[in-house]
Ligand binder design. Sequence first.
Ligand code: C2E
Ligand code: MG
Ligand code: MG
Ligand code: MG
Length: 289
Amino acid sequence: AAKAAGRGKHYFYEPAMHSEATDRQHLENDLRVAMERDELSVSYQPIIRAAGEEVSGFEALVRWRHPIRGNISPAKFVPLAEECGMIGKVGEWVLRQALHEAAKWPDRVRVAVNLSPIQFNDPRIVEVVQKALEVTGVNPNRLELEITEGVFLADSDATEETFTRLKKLGVRLVLDDFGTGYSSLGYLRHAPFDKIKIDQSFVRGAASVKSRNAAIIRAIVTLADSLKMDTVAEGVETHDDLALIRELGVAQVQGFIFGRPTDGAGALKLAQAMSVEADGHQCIRQPRQ
Ligand code: C2E
Ligand code: MG
Ligand code: MG
Ligand code: MG
């Protein structure tokens, strides 16, 4: 029986592998023209101040609507773009789109843009960011660049210099997916992060009784506090988790409980309705016309 199963597996395995490679190739080719064909867009997910319920900013998340396959997850096509040398172009486009939208929001509302490690380690990145800020006229302190621990794998002097130059531009740096990547904390000594984003894997279900995630989140908050970094928890879906996140002192929350990624128009409405005025008073929740 085992032999038969093995043979059967072999028989079906090869064609599957073949079609997966072809599939990849097709997708890569499609991605090359996706931008010109207007198939890419950017969605915005609100980031909320945990203490109140005001919008502190939005994370820009790239979307690809394939003409035949429909929506393809960035978790699938961003790595593809990285491998086929397109991430720089896609990333710059997302950055400009996002800043263009942010220019319409109240000044206190920030925009967070993800930078792939490949983008970050490209020597042109600082100029790309600077130029995008100039063109859109957005104050650099409203831009947050989300970077994962993956950037430290290159660990070159260039990486360190990029950090310094980006900080000089006045943008904020966020360490994304914290706790899941590179298993060393050494880089926190030098890298000038303004904020740590606690990965969803620690956040989801953190309130369940047996969860050790709460202890880990508490430790991350303590660490961030002593390093004078902000914190944000991503992937908050339930009221229980939200209550716990607040109790643990995480400063900001992002998750389906407050809002899914939405288009530019939706984000604008939310930004106007749910952001705090300069005097600290919350404005009416209805969008202003
Ligand atoms: P990320 O940067 O960690 O972004 C957060 C992801 O978690 C987003 O998925 C968001 O929709 C999702 N999310 C937020 N709250 C919740 C929640 O409460 N529950 C659940 N189940 N999910 C939640 P998305 O948009 O599919 O993006 C996936 C990843 O793709 C991102 O993870 C990021 O690594 C990458 N990505 C997205 N846009 C870009 C981009 O413009 N450039 C680069 N380099 N990477 C991007
Ligand atoms: Mg992110
Ligand atoms: Mg993340
Ligand atoms: Mg993630």
